[in-house]
Design a protein around this ligand. Structure first.
Ligand code: PNS
Length: 161
């Protein structure tokens, strides 16, 4: 069975993430969406909240499940019998950032990294930009699912008083 992981922070999940996950699910028998939990990084949403949103987003995909991980993504791959890491590439800058990680992960284990270009409509969408735009009252409804939009606006309002 071919199994891939889509790792990320997903703070919060965007249509861009869901596009990559859905396309990976057509290429691999099973896809595990792995939410990175790093207590030293401050996140808008807790790991549990990020996982719940992702579960809602992938609920219709029978071969996709959501998990969390701490530590190295390669350790997660070894523990879950995962052969490939799938990463979305929006632009050349993503490639510059991802290539050394892919090479390091390949030097550490036999896991392969598969780069997937984002769909054209999603190439400028990132969780950070979505949060920035939403924090200033911009409309981000085209970039995140409805079940993310409400909690996102509410959490940002809570943060900024
Ligand atoms: O959505 P992000 O913030 O780009 O996700 C980054 C993530 C979680 C995929 C990346 O930071 C990661 O793989 N972290 C796990 C730690 C690790 O394996 N680091 C070494 C990579 S060579």
């Amino acid at each position: 069975m071919s199994r891939a992981v889509c790792p990320g922070s997903f703070d919060p999940v965007t249509h861009g993430h869901l596009d990559i996950i859905g396309r990976a699910a057509r290429l691999f028998d099973e896809v595990v969406v792995a939410v990175g939990v790093n207590p030293s990084k401050s996140r808008l949403f807790s790991a549990e909240e990020r996982i719940a949103m992702l579960q809602e987003g992938v609920g219709h995909l029978r071969n996709v499940r959501v998990a969390s991980f701490t530590g190295l993504v390669t350790t997660f791959c070894a523990e879950h019998d995962v052969q490939a890491i799938v990463k979305g590439l929006r632009a050349a800058s993503d490639f510059d950032y991802e290539l050394p990680m892919a090479q390091m992960n390949s030097a550490l284990t036999s896991v392969e990294t598969v780069f997937m270009p984002t769909s054209t409509g999603q190439s400028f969408v990132s969780s950070s930009l979505v949060k920035e735009v939403a924090s200033f009252g911009g409309d981000v409804s085209a970039f995140v699912p409805g079940y993310v939009l409400g909690p996102l606006v509410a959490r940002l309002a809570q943060r900024h008083g």
